[in-house]
Design a protein around this ligand. Structure first.
Ligand code: DON
Length: 560
């Protein structure tokens, strides 16, 4: 009898995992773009409706976000894509910013060796060499099917026509007002008070995009735009030169790939930490079968937290730009090593991060990167995350060229042991050097199930990106949520240091928190920020696509 009931429970569990959650997000037949703004999703979707592929749509969506979502979409920043073609071929593109040639290890330290406040985060000194334009041209050159003019013209038209301000956007612009003025003076475009419903036009950006459309990558990295950009940054005290711009190249990189149960996960490799860290988290939880616990129950939160704690400790120590540092991939991704890391894990008691590492730091989450997911009618998929780093980057805005510049230099470790704006502490592997890429947490990810395209997922959120992506995948795979429900579900985060679990404001009962506290978990109850803003696509068994567009923002799926 006992064996029979165990058998029945096991059967129920297996069936539960095999059941397909009914979609609750937008479903389309053929193709879809999910991004931070409807305008950008629509431009990308329209490109595919007129015969373009996912790569064409990527070019248009990436640049449309620079117009429609200047908070994070950009010409002055950088990002990563992971792709999977319909024949199963996978790859990744790194168009991450680089440190300028004039950069050096101690550039943000004063004469006493202390980090100079704001220098790596605000204004021209924080700016790394932008990678986005090189990124879109690399994609177009390798995989594009439509002429570049067809991809850029709708974006230029949008910049001329203007974009309607949403309520959330108006709040953000107001929030950053004083910083805009401090960095750019009070006549800067974004010093104006924009109300929801106002239209912001971008004629200068339209002009810059037209030059890029006519001259290609060199229209940004060489000639008039490059000269204006470098002069502007230097006049404001920054380090980027025409030589830096002329030397910039995006790089194709093999993604990190690993299996988790019957899934095959493809995510970004260094200089993003996303792929390695998510690989470690999944492999550490795999032997414990997280799906046997209730979604967001104490056991599920504990298991995930302990894996994240250990993975982030490795992340911060070992990872950096692979062109500059040797990363021990073989060990970091080794199952035996990862299972060993969890050897002291117990459901009875929290592990202390001080037993895994040490440090006293403040954690700051924000949503200033942006992610978009694309699937085309042929089944090609792109997962792309792009950023200026902070909201509106360094806040430095070129009135003449019409875009914001990043503050990505803060993603380096300015000084070992001193946290950056995401509370991440770095080590030698992520120290500053000329032309080096700063370590990122961006985690554009694609998931296959039984060899077929299954999920396209990613998010902004600084250090919380990795945990938000991992939880979204688990929500679908282990807890059988639809794509939209998996995105909506409340999230939590732990990053080794500071040693605390943070929960989103809604969806976690006090009893759960009390239970965790009794086991030694430190819970940050003063700060319950939103964690991530996931834009994802699930491919259903009949080949239709379900969107997960994050309700935490203005995010929207468009498709056909
Ligand atoms: O590359 C990184 O990890 C960061 N620059 C991402 C910044 C980000 O996600 C900001 N938004 N929350």
């Amino acid at each position: 009898m006992r064996y029979l009931s165990v058998f029945c429970i096991a059967l129920l569990f297996i069936n539960c995992k095999q059941q397909i959650a009914t979609p609750t997000g937008l479903v389309t037949e053929n193709a879809m773009v999910v991004s931070a703004r409807e305008e950008a999703s629509k431009i990308g979707s329209d490109i595919m409706a007129t015969g373009g592929n996912a790569f064409d749509a990527m070019v248009a969506t990436e640049l449309a976000l620079a117009v429609a979502y200047p908070f994070a979409g950009n010409l002055g920043g950088g990002g990563f894509i992971v792709y999977r073609k319909n024949n199963g071929e996978t790859g990744g593109l790194d168009y991450r910013e680089k440190a300028p040639l004039a950069a050096h290890k101690d550039m943000y330290l004063d004469s006493l060796g202390n980090v100079i406040p704001d220098m790596s985060t605000v204004g021209a000194t924080a700016v790394g060499v932008p990678g986005t334009v090189a990124g879109v041209f690399a994609v177009h050159e390798k995989f594009g099917s439509l002429p570049i003019a067809e991809l850029l013209q709708p974006v230029i038209d949008l910049a001329k026509r203007g974009v309607v301000v949403t309520e959330k956007q108006a709040k953000r612009i107001e929030y950053y007002h004083d910083r805009f003025v401090e960095v750019n003076g009070d006549s800067t475009k974004f010093a104006q008070a924009f109300k929801p419903g106002d239209t912001i036009k971008y004629p200068e950006l339209a002009k810059t995009l037209t030059t890029i459309m006519e001259q290609g990558k060199d229209g940004f990295y060489k000639g008039e735009v490059a000269e204006k950009l470098a002069t502007f940054i230097q006049e404001k005290g920054g380090f980027v030169t025409v030589e830096d711009l002329a030397k910039y190249e995006a790089k194709w990189r093999d993604p990190i790939e690993f299996d988790y149960e019957d899934l095959h996960i493809i995510s970004m490799s260094p200089p993003s930490s996303g792929g390695v860290t998510i690989n470690q988290i999944f492999k550490m939880i795999e032997p414990h079968d997280i799906g046997q616990f209730e979604h967001n129950s104490a056991q599920a939160v504990q298991l995930f937290t302990e894996a994240a704690r250990r993975a982030y400790a490795d992340r911060n120590y070992f990872l950096g730009d692979p062109d500059f540092v040797d990363i021990p991939f073989d060990v970091l991704q080794d199952d035996a090593y990862l299972h060993g890391r969890m050897a002291d894990f117990s459901f009875d008691k929290a592990t202390l991060s001080s037993d895994v590492g040490h440090g006293e730091i403040e954690i700051v989450e924000s949503m200033e990167t942006t992610h978009y997911s694309i699937v085309d009618a042929q089944g090609n998929a792109i997962s792309a995350t792009t950023t200026l780093n902070g909201g509106y980057g360094s806040k430095l805005y070129s009135e003449e060229l019409g875009f914001f510049l990043n503050n990505e230099m803060d993603d380096f470790s300015s000084k070992p042991g001193v946290p950056n704006m995401f509370g991440l502490i770095g080590a030698e592997a992520n120290s500053i050097a000329p032309e080096k890429r700063m370590l990122s947490s961006m985690t554009p990810t694609i998931v296959e199930k039984d060899g077929k395209l299954y999920l396209v997922v990613g998010t902004p959120g600084g250090s919380t990106i990795i945990t938000a992506v991992a939880q979204t995948i688990l929500n679908v795979h282990e807890f059988n949520l639809s794509m939209q429900d998996a995105v909506n579900a409340p999230r939590f985060h732990h990053q080794w240091l500071p040693d605390m679990v943070i929960f989103e404001p809604e969806g976690f009962a006090n009893t759960l928190k009390e239970d965790l506290k009794s086991k030694g978990y430190i819970i940050n109850e003063e700060r319950t920020p939103i964690i991530g803003k996931v834009d994802a696509i699930r491919i259903l068994p009949d080949g239709t696509l379900e969107a997960g567009a994050d309700k935490r923002g203005d995010d929207k799926a468009v498709g056909f």
